[in-house]
Design a protein around this ligand. Structure first.
Ligand code: UD1
Length: 419
């Protein structure tokens, strides 16, 4: 298992280019199962989660070709059973359910287990499929979906914790081939849902309201070939901005969409950083002040849960006391214990972290527990005193393309050690 060694104390300066969004690309790749014709998807990031999705599509019978960010998929004939060995490696595998149900009216996919950030149920996805007319059975660890026909329906997908991103995408992918009109209320408004709706529309689907809480979908008989470019990854972008905040003189991220980053940019501005942007780039410069923050994660357009850990790392060395409340995944604080090993002063109670800023963190051996928690540890290590050894790096490779090389190009000193 690879590990990463971060030699702390270097300051960062320069430009870094942001890759395509992982969370957009995953359901978009799954959506290519909805047509027998060839689809071409550009700006697909080179990540292990994407590799798993492409493997699942191949095993379902699709022909997959990939060359430097461009993926071509021809799903002329498909099977409807996704094998457990691959599915279990990635929770987002569940987003093949919607397309399989939409096209073949049946699917058999393993039920994903919990993960370190919480229980992660998919009851809302299943509720949506049932409303469209599918019979849902859970047997032997698998979800079985079956329908003689799918009919449009009125569905409210809002759960106790708010809307569901992949659930909205999944039900939308089944509904595009259902008979008649489907209305999804309580839909997720995330840019990744809009990107998926844009791709489905390019394939011939009829969807309106993407980016709002109400989606209207007029079912069509079949979909056709389409080309699509995946939007830039707003979480990778946010992570590099926090790197700039923590250790930067002046860092610019390019190929990004500042409109998708509003909550993150507001938080950074409130914390005292100077932010400027163009249509496609954002620059962050420190201005000497080190104000604490009060943050609450919320569904889009609120502050993203996927940026919570990285902000905890930044706030660990701010002056004063910051409070971070996690409302989307209340148990998502695995990074706190590791940050404390580096000298952070953080109290956890319920779903809230109270962070008392310390002058400096110190390097330590730490354990990556999940994707964003691992990114937070890399960020915390950048200005720390000494060397931080981050184990279980595979977590970070699930969602960041060459994060070590990209940070090194800005002046960091990070080594990847092969086990
Ligand atoms: C997606 C993102 C993930 C991000 C999350 C929230 C992908 C691949 N992953 O995950 O990075 O952190 O959105 O922005 O896009 N819930 C239910 N029942 C369900 C589904 C969800 O109760 O059927 C709950 C979840 O436990 C959670 C909340 O709803 O508390 C939001 O989860 P959801 O939006 O579904 O997350 P994902 O789509 O899985």
């Amino acid at each position: 298992m690879d590990k990463i060694l971060v030699h702390g104390g270097r300051s960062l300066e320069g430009q870094v280019r942001i890759g395509g969004s992982k969370n957009s690309a995953l359901p978009i790749l799954a959506a290519t199962l909805l047509t027998k014709e060839k689809c071409v998807i550009d700006c697909v990031p080179d990540l292990s989660d994407i590799h798993y999705m492409l493997t699942i599509l191949s095993q379902l019978g699709a022909e997959v070709e990939r060359a430097s960010g461009v993926v071509q998929i021809l799903a002329e004939k498909i099977r409807t059973e996704a094998p457990y060995e691959i599915v279990r490696k990635m929770r987002a595998s569940v987003c093949v359910l919607g397309p399989l149900l939409g096209r073949e009216k049946k699917a058999k996919v393993s039920l994903p287990g919990g993960c370190v950030i919480g229980d992660r149920p998919i009851d809302l996805h299943l509720k949506g499929f049932e409303a469209l007319g599918a019979k849902v059975t859970v047997k032997g660890g698998d979800i079985l979906l079956e329908a003689s026909r799918l009919r449009g329906a009125r569905i409210n997908l809002r759960g106790r914790q708010g809307p569901t991103v992949l659930g909205t995408g999944n039900v939308m992918m089944a509904a595009v081939l259902a008979e008649g009109e489907t209305v999804i209320e309580g839909a997720a408004e995330e840019p990744e849902v809009v990107d998926l709706a844009d791709f489905l529309t390019a394939m011939g689907a009829r969807i309106s309201g993407a980016g709002t809480q109400r989606l209207e979908i007029e079912g069509v008989k079949e979909l056709h070939a389409a080309k699509h470019t995946v939007i830039p990854d707003r979480i990778e972008a946010g992570t590099f901005l926090v790197a700039g905040a923590i250790a930067g003189k002046k860092v610019t991220i390019t190929r990004t969409n500042p409109r998708h980053l509003e909550a993150v940019l507001t938080a950074l501005t409130t914390a005292g950083f100077e932010i400027s942007h163009t249509e496609e780039s954002v620059t962050i410069s420190p201005n000497g002040s080190r104000k604490p923050l009060h943050l609450e994660t919320l569904p889009y357009p609120g502050f993203p849960t996927d940026m919570q850990a990285q902000f905890c790392a930044m706030l660990a060395t701010r002056h004063g006391t910051s409070v971070v409340t996690e409302t989307v995944f209340p148990q998502r604080f695995m990074h706190v214990a590791e940050l404390k090993r580096m000298g952070a002063n953080i109290e956890l109670s319920d779903h809230r972290a109270t962070i008392h800023g310390v002058e400096q963190l110190s390097g330590a051996p730490v354990m990556a527990s999940d994707l964003r928690a691992s990114a937070a540890l890399v960020l915390a290590a950048l200005p720390a005193d000494g060397v931080t050894e981050i184990n279980r790096v595979y977590h970070i490779d699930r969602g960041y393309e060459r994060i070590d090389e990209k940070l090194n190009s800005l002046g960091a000193h990070i080594e990847r050690v092969k086990a």
